[in-house]
Design a protein around this ligand. Sequence first.
Ligand SMILES: Nc1ncnc2c1ncn2[C@@H]1O[C@H](COP(=O)(O)OP(=O)(O)O)[C@@H](O)[C@H]1O
Ligand SMILES: [Mg+2]
Length: 380
Amino acid sequence: MAVFRNSGVLSPHYTPVRLIHREREMELLKKNLEKTIHNIHQTYPAVLQIQGGVGAGKTTLSLKAGRWLEDEGRRNGLPIRHIYVNLRMFSGGRVPIYRYIVRMVSEDIYSPSLSAGELLNNLIRYLGKTSTYALMIFDEVDHHVRQSMDNSLIYDFTRLPELAGGSTVNILGSIFISREGEFRKYLGRTELSSLGAHIIHLQPYNSRQVYDILYARAAEAFHEGAISDDILEFVAEKTASPPINGDIRFGLDVLLYAGTIAESSGRRHVGLEDVRKVIAGLGAVVESQWIEELKVDEVIALKALTRLLKYSGKPTASLEDIRRMCDVVAEEMGVYKLSNLRKVLQSLEMLGVIYRDGSGGLGVRDIDLASLERYLERFV
Ligand SMILES: Nc1ncnc2c1ncn2[C@@H]1O[C@H](COP(=O)(O)OP(=O)(O)O)[C@@H](O)[C@H]1O
Ligand SMILES: [Mg+2]
C-alpha cells in the first residue's frame, strides 16, 4: 500500500480551498476590493499592501482575492481580470516586466521596440477600448526594488491617473506584496503618500495554527493512518519555531519528502526518523543567509548545477554543461535564457554558495544537494 493518496496536495502549486486562520485578513481584502467595483468611475485606483514573512500565505491570499474579484465582476456585469506578476522572475528594471504584463493581456499591443511608458500606455488604452478592467497583483516587491534599485514600477502603478492625463483608467487597483515592507524605504515621499495606508499584515502562524493547516492538507494527501498526529505535531512545532517562523511551505515540504522517503522504502507509514532527516537537510538550506535573496538568474544557474551534480555523482561540473542545463531549467521555469552565465556564477561564488576547482569545474559548497534541489523548487 502506498503512503500517499494524492501527493500533489502538498505541492507549492496546489491552492487549498480554504485559507485557515486567514479569514479576517481575507474579509478585509475583499472589503477593500469590493469598493473598487462600487466606485468603478473613481479617479484613483485602490492601492493595497500585503505584508508578511515567507510562507505566511501572502501569494495565496492575494490570488484568491483576485479570483473573487473576477467573480464579483461577473455578478455585476463587469469583465475584470487579475494580473499576477511575480517580480522575482525578472531582473533589472521595468521594461521586461511591462512586456510580460502587456503580452498577458494581448499580443496586439506588444512590440519589442516599445519603451516602458509606451507599453503602459498601450495597456491602459487597450483596457479602455475593450471596456475591461484589471486588478494588478505585484508579488515580491521588496526583492524587486532591492535588486533593481528602481522604484518606477511602484511609482507608475500608484499614479496611473496622472500618467493617463487625468482621465480614469480601467485598472481598479494594485496589490503590492512584500515581506518586510522594506521596499517603502526606497520610496520618495510622493510614492509613499500614493501607496496609501492600507496594509494587511499577515502575522506568523503559531504552532497550533500550523498544525491545523498541515492537518487539513495531510488528510487529503495521505492515506488514512499513513501519518500520525504526533508526527504532524512535531512538524508543526518545528515549522512554527525559529528559524522557520511559520513558513507553511517548509511544513508541506517536510511532509512531502518524508512521505516520499517512506514510500520508496516500501513502508506504509511515515516515521519520525524520515521527518527528522528531511528537517535536518531542509533546515540547513533555510538557515543559509543567501538562499532567500537569490536573483532569478542565480536560481537558474544553481538549479542547473545541482541537477548536474546529482545526475553525475561527481563533485563538479563544467561551464559548458552548466550552460546547456541552464537553458533547460529556464525553459521549465518559463523565463528567458541567461545571457551572462559567467557573471552569475561569479556572484554565486562570491556569496560562498559554489566554488571552483583547479581545472575550472564548479561545485556546490557544503550543503546537501537533495535538500538544496528541493528548496529551489519553490522558485518556479
Ligand atoms: N492559512 C493557510 N491555509 C492553508 N494553506 C496555507 C495557508 N497559508 C499558507 N498556506 C500554504 O502554504 C504555502 C505557502 O503560501 P504562500 O501563499 O505561497 O506564502 P507566501 O506568499 O507568504 O510566501 C502554500 O502552499 C499555501 O497553500
Ligand atoms: Mg509568495
